[in-house]
Design a protein around this ligand. Sequence first.
Ligand code: B12
Length: 466
Amino acid sequence: MKILFVYPNIVESPKDISTGLAMIAAVCKKKGHEVSLIDSSFGIKDSEIIKKAQKFNPNLIAITVATNDFEYATHVSRILKKIVKVPIIVGGFHSTTNPEEIIRRECFDMVCIGEGEGAILDVANAIEKNKSLYKIKNLWLKKIIKGKVKIIKNPVRKLVENLDSLPFPYRELFDYKQYLQWNHGTATFISTRGCPFNCTYCINNKLMKLYEGKGCYVRFRSIDHLFKEIKEVLSRYSSFIKNIEFYDDTFTLNSKRVEEFCRRYNSEIGLPFNLNARVNAVNPEMFKLLKKAGCVRVSMAIECGEESIRNKILKRNMSDKQIISTFQAAKKAGLKTCSFNIVGLPFETKESIKKTIELNKKCRPDYVGVTIFNALPGVEIYDLCKKNNWVKEGYAKSFFRESNMNHPNFTINELRNIRNSLGFKIFLGYNIPRAFVDLIDRNLSQIDSYIFIRSKIIEKLNLLRK
Ligand code: B12
């Protein structure tokens, strides 16, 4: 059958494919279904959406939704509902954390909670064979009983146990070259599913509870499987790929696996790479191995300089001392570092922000990432924010500019200014030119067209450097 996927992405930066959609498209394709995509990442007019849907004439529409894209996803779904009379299934982050809100909207017929590979195949199979959809695991769907709409809520199935049994993400669903160009030649890969930590603001915390008793939550792909995927992508897009980034939440969870990865990476792949680690799930030995293997940058979240907020509210369980020594160890191994920070957290004051700046200065990161805190429904910290009446109606479109919080100590303008000057204040401590570049860049980043122009400038500079 024909499945039309939709990626209603409205975030101007960072932009990347949805690996989730690419995964479920891959299993559908493997089963012989025909797949196509409507992708809004680089802008799309409603008229183009209509034209594409009419031309493809699908039997099923499958949309992925992140919380910030929810309103636009609804808009697209309403358009599609009018022109092609086929079922619409929604999956992804917002579906998993907030299915109630999605299923209430008239334009969505089914919501997939959690992993979607099994569910999408069951749905396609049932539609094709004209069978009932009502017992499909992971699905919430509407059923009309005696003239009233009833929501059927099916349990989740077991987690995919062996990630190597899954096909590689179907990148060709997207205009992948355009993504590679936008990201200056960085191809991204994911080698694990799940993260064992309990950070209260992260989706993993929600997923771990959802999947209790449904199999081992943290799963690793074998290095063989991962390298096979990388080689396949390199063979297709070799002239577009300059480096690799691993999007795993915490790449360094399993030291034996990191060792095997590092031992083989240089000879089998050989491109510079970046990854995410975690201060209390990495060690100096690993940093040395990673450096030797060609790792350029390790990103680690600091989030907040106020220990009590970091450890009691966010449940990060890491001391200032641990954070500083881990950043120093990465530097000592010759790696560049990036710190992730959040501003506008519950109970934060101007003093806490100063502490975040001071802690970062001691870590001396080469890159500083800063987002404004948003209380995402469905994760643990949301309940605290709701209880305190801090949560506003609606969702922010970008976590760089907006928040769904009414913070008692900051206005949104203050938070925007804090976000835009945090890097400047940190770099001022040890890299003055970088501080000014950061200040200009972050302020200009508030303008959408600048992000596009910046991307083009970097592309030209990279060409000149070659
Ligand atoms: C890689 C990544 C990105 C990438 C790509 C995002 C993307 N759309 O895939 C980039 C860098 C672009 C990015 C950007 C942002 N990110 Co981000 N990112 C991640 C990360 C680390 C991994 C996601 C991933 O690829 N997982 C692997 C795939 C296989 O899993 P999956 O996408 O969940 O897909 C499975 C199921 O959800 C389901 N499924 C998915 N779609 C569909 C559709 C249908 C029809 C069906 C049936 C099933 C289905 O099946 C898939 C296979 O099992 C997650 C953290 C995490 N652990 O999930 C955060 C995460 C997704 N990011 C998050 C956020 C907040 C953002 C930003 C808003 C930040 C910002 N800049 O302001 C933006 C915008 C997000 C957007 N519009 O998608 C939040 C989202 C929370 C939420 N409730 O929406 C997460 C969950 C982190 C967190 N706080 O917990 N991110």
